[in-house]
Design a protein around this ligand. Structure first.
Ligand SMILES: C[S@@+](CC[C@H](N)C(=O)[O-])C[C@H]1O[C@@H](n2cnc3c(N)ncnc32)[C@H](O)[C@@H]1O
Length: 219
């Protein structure tokens, strides 16, 4: 969870990239109604995600953590005709809102599959639809490493791994933060980051967004 005050930098980036369409606004409205407005991607982060997906020519993409379908829409927009996006959400209240938004999208040329359930179990069932071209990890922090190990197995060589919130608000470098993360979450995120930084496994970099976005290509 981010602090409720926008920095000048965030305000500036928002002013550059905030022109969202009606369905994206609806996702933001639903997130706000759930009291979770600040955990969706920002428009500026979403732009970066879109450019990377296009650069990598992704057609089969998996998102872990749908919330109300905001980042899923950005991913969907970046995918070409014939593409498929699977987006996984555990909380049925979030999934219900996402389904309402996705029903408004033109899915005649590409498809979104909303998968409701615990991603750790649902990902195993998805394996038959792989290999995939990319994954966006934005679900529960304690399972990030499990998600990465799944991605390593199910992404093609050169497949894209994107992961949000990898700084845990500074907890990974020992900073005391407003939002408390458990020791387990910090340990797992640290292992996750070390694995993605391993040059034998990935070509990778970190976009130093407010929450930190890992960007990696599987070797
Ligand atoms: C940070 S939000 C996702 C935000 C979304 N990607 C966006 O930017 O619009 C994290 C979401 O992951 C979901 N989640 C938590 N644990 C999960 C699990 N085990 N499996 C699937 N989804 C989970 C939460 O319910 C929440 O909706």
């Amino acid at each position: 969870m981010r602090e409720n005050v926008l920095s000048n930098k965030e305000e500036y980036l928002g002013s550059l990239f905030s022109k969202e369409n009606e369905t994206k606004k609806l996702s933001r409205q639903f997130a706000e109604e759930l009291g979770l407005a600040r955990i969706s991607v920002s428009a500026a982060e979403a732009q970066l995600i879109q450019v990377l997906i296009k650069m990598q020519g992704c057609k089969k993409f998996v998102e872990i953590g749908t919330l109300t379908g905001l980042s899923a829409q950005y991913i969907f927009d970046a995918l070409p005709e014939g593409a498929e996006l699977w987006t996984l959400e555990k909380d049925p209240r979030h999934a219900e809102k996402s389904a309402e938004v996705f029903a408004k999208l033109d899915q005649s040329k590409k498809k979104i599959h909303l998968v409701v359930g615990d991603a750790r179990e649902e990902l195993l069932k998805l394996e038959a639809s792989g290999p995939f071209d990319g994954v966006f990890i934005d679900g529960n922090k304690a399972a990030y490493l499990d998600y990465l190990l799944w991605a390593e197995k199910n992404l093609r060589s050169g497949g894209l791994v994107l992961a949000d919130n990898i700084f845990l608000s500074g907890s990974v470098w020992g900073e005391a933060t407003q939002q408390k993360f458990s020791e387990k979450q910090v340990r797992i995120m640290s292992e996750f980051n070390e694995r993605l930084a391993n040059p034998e496994l990935y070509e990778s970099a970190i976009a130093p967004t407010f929450e930190g976005l890992f960007v990696a290509l599987k070797k």
